[in-house]
Design a protein around this ligand. Structure first.
Ligand code: ATP
Ligand code: MG
Length: 402
């Protein structure tokens, strides 16, 4: 048992809570990942101690919604959520319980959790696992199964439907048939969930595990039509484009560009999804330039260099490569590796500035940018290389206009 990988802080909290006479366990995703021998992102603690008692034991801890009984204990950059055992009641908004009852029995707390594999608790002292929902068997079988009646559980909190896909995509698990059927039945209810929450889950589905598997599960569960109608039903081309997609939060724009490659109005989809401006701009640029790789041989020197130095060029290139692999289109005949090495050629030093233009008697205006860009074009074309040549070029241009 790889207990030693559990962050020290979570273990210390459990130890101190027990020392004060409370029941306390590691719980949730941390236990799941520990049992899978995967690095856990974070550890949560569940305890019989009431929030006030937890706060008293850990001065400086913060409460998040005392109502829900969660206390955040922090040590340096590490934060552990300490939640009082509870049962949830009356989910009226399809997302959060109207009220909770604090419990002293860990079983109640386990059974209100979303999936069997997320409902286990562990005694870090002995490594013993409390498994009230059958999580261990499902973990061994590679199954995401709702804890309890799937229709009821997804009816309470609709976001759990996306969480099911996220865990299946991340862990390479399948979704248990009754659980999948319940998602298929309730998928339209996703419309009731705040778009920001949906965005976060979708982003994680696309970047934390197998993106292709995630999207295929979204499709087969009926969630894709709700989240990204532009991509539903999933085409084999799109699935192919997502083959062996790398993980990492920074890959979100590329994944979204692939999903939206055939959309009539990708910008609308990005807005609806509440993508950040940065992500939306990156997706838009990826889509706008995808087909330009074929034009590379015909581009002039300056045009090619400007193309190669686009921000996030690696993503553009990756999309091009994926596109060619999926469609059989020829790869652009160009040595990108060599181009990468020649950063100084792509970003030549600035030879002249607006001050030079002012000194030549030009008044500030839109013409400034035009002239400076023209100088850079000459530089990129390798027709001039020194400040003297640049000033001469400007003087010539200036005279021509006058
Ligand atoms: P991750 O590895 O992505 O952090 P996780 O399983 O730890 O996954 P969290 O969102 O961190 O997921 O939540 C911690 C635990 O809280 C879950 O394992 C689960 O037991 C419970 N939980 C979280 N969200 C819900 C929910 N919407 N409904 C029921 N239980 C939930
Ligand atoms: Mg977690």
């Amino acid at each position: 048992m790889a207990i030693s990988t559990a962050p020290v802080l979570a273990l210390r909290i459990v130890h101190e809570l027990r020392g004060a006479g409370h029941t306390a366990y590691l719980v949730g995703g941390g236990v799941r990942d520990l049992l899978l021998n995967r690095p856990a992102k974070d550890f949560d603690v569940a305890t019989s101690a009431r929030p006030e008692a937890v706060l008293a034991l850990f001065p400086g801890a913060g409460q998040v919604g005392a109502h829900f009984g969660v206390v955040l204990v922090q040590d340096g950059a590490t934060t552990v959520e300490v939640a009082t055992f509870r049962s949830d009641h009356a989910y009226l908004d399809g997302r959060r319980p109207e009220s909770v009852t604090f419990e002293t029995d860990p079983r109640q707390d386990a059974l209100r959790r979303d999936f069997t594999i997320n409902a286990m608790m562990m005694d870090p002292a002995s490594g013993a696992v409390l498994d009230f929902a059958g999580g261990r068997a499902d973990l061994a079988a590679g199954i995401v199964r709702a804890a309890g009646d799937a229709l009821v559980r997804f009816g309470e909190d609709h976001l759990r439907m996306l969480r099911a896909v996220r865990f299946a995509a991340r862990l390479g698990f399948s979704i248990e048939p009754d659980t999948l059927a319940a998602i298929q039945a309730l998928a339209p209810r996703l419309q009731q969930i705040a778009a920001e929450r949906v965005h976060d889950e979708l982003a994680r589905i696309l970047t934390e595990g197998s993106a292709r598997r995630g999207v295929e599960l979204l499709d087969s569960s009926g969630l894709l039509t709700q989240v990204l109608p532009e991509t539903a039903p999933l085409s084999s081309l799109t699935a192919h484009l997502l083959q062996d997609f790398p993980t990492g939060a920074d890959r979100l724009p590329l994944a979204l560009a692939i999903l939206l490659h055939a959309a009539v109005d990708p910008a609308l989809a990005l807005t609806r999804l509440r993508c950040s401006r940065e992500v939306a701009d990156r997706v838009t640029a990826l889509l706008a330039h995808r087909a330009r790789f074929a034009e590379l041989p015909a581009m002039g020197r300056a045009g090619r260099k400007r193309f190669l130095r686009m921000p996030h060029f690696d993503d553009h290139l990756e999309l091009h490569r994926r596109w060619c692999a999926a469609t059989g289109a020829p790869l652009a005949a160009y040595d990108f590796a060599a181009a990468h090495l020649q950063q100084d050629e792509l970003f030549p030093p600035r030879l002249v500035t607006g001050d030079d233009l002012l000194a030549m008697g030009l008044a500030q205006g839109p013409r400034f940018k035009e002239l400076l860009e023209a100088v850079e074009t000459e530089q990129l074309e390798e027709r001039l290389a020194t400040r003297g040549e640049a000033l001469e070029f400007l003087a010539r241009r200036h005279r021509e206009v006058i």
